[in-house]
Design a protein around this ligand. Sequence first.
Ligand SMILES: Nc1ncnc2c1ncn2[C@@H]1O[C@H](COP(=O)(O)OP(=O)(O)OP(=O)(O)O)[C@@H](O)[C@H]1O
Ligand SMILES: [Mg+2]
Length: 255
Amino acid sequence: MQIDEETLKRLDRELQAINNRIGADRKTLDEVFDRSTLLTFGKLISDRIIEYVDFPICTGKEANIFRAITPQKKFVAVKVYRTSTSNFNRMIHYIQGDPRFPPISKNRREIIYQWVKKELANLEKLAEIGVPAPKPIKALNNILVMDYIGGVQKPAPLLKDVTMKNPDKFYNTIIKYIETMYIKGGFVHSDLSEYNILVHRNKPVLIDLAQGVVRDHPMAMEFLQRDIRNIVNFFRKHGVDDNEKKVFDRITSQG
Ligand SMILES: Nc1ncnc2c1ncn2[C@@H]1O[C@H](COP(=O)(O)OP(=O)(O)OP(=O)(O)O)[C@@H](O)[C@H]1O
Ligand SMILES: [Mg+2]
């Protein structure tokens, strides 16, 4: 991989500028952008997947999300998994047992790279079966590039932060997504909640797909049950009355 010094220097300046805006100390920045991550960014730039990093959207438990601009001046979202703070045991739990992936290595970096590939494959699956989620663009090492969901000013809000005029409609749409994923895609999101659903143009959009497993995963039924429970419980607080077990039985009896 050939990244010229100039690109690297430019990247470091950009990241320093972001750092100044978010006020993170150098240690935090180094944790997110260790040298190998910086090189991966450099490769994405030299391959013209992105042109520059625009602003940080969010610092999650395991990843930092940025908005970036492509050479075609389109917004994209860039999810950078931190190699320093990721929860490897949790990752292994969701990769093992998924027949799409070979037996997992013990190498931390390899586990993260697998995790990113898994998120990409899952986003592709959702695109294929027509469940709204960001379209994946590229997975490279610990970085995933995907469609940006939101407006020019700011990213789309999370479901937990929006005031719904019509909670019933939202509820039915999300249950339909779960059903389509399971029946048509043979797939379970496995981390579904009001924290991993964006609301864009008055429609729910699913994010954070790395945990998703195929139906053959030994824990798939438990994950499906938990996804349904999270959604039913959240909407109950918004006056939608439904029964978790009924929904689960209805969905699983079809496939
Ligand atoms: N494609 C996207 N477009 C716009 N905003 C996004 C996109 N993907 C993620 N975000 C924002 O970044 C936040 C974090 O993303 P995500 O849930 O995928 O990772 P995470 O929260 O780090 O994972 P975890 O759930 O392990 O903490 C989201 O809550 C959302 O606000
Ligand atoms: Mg999340």
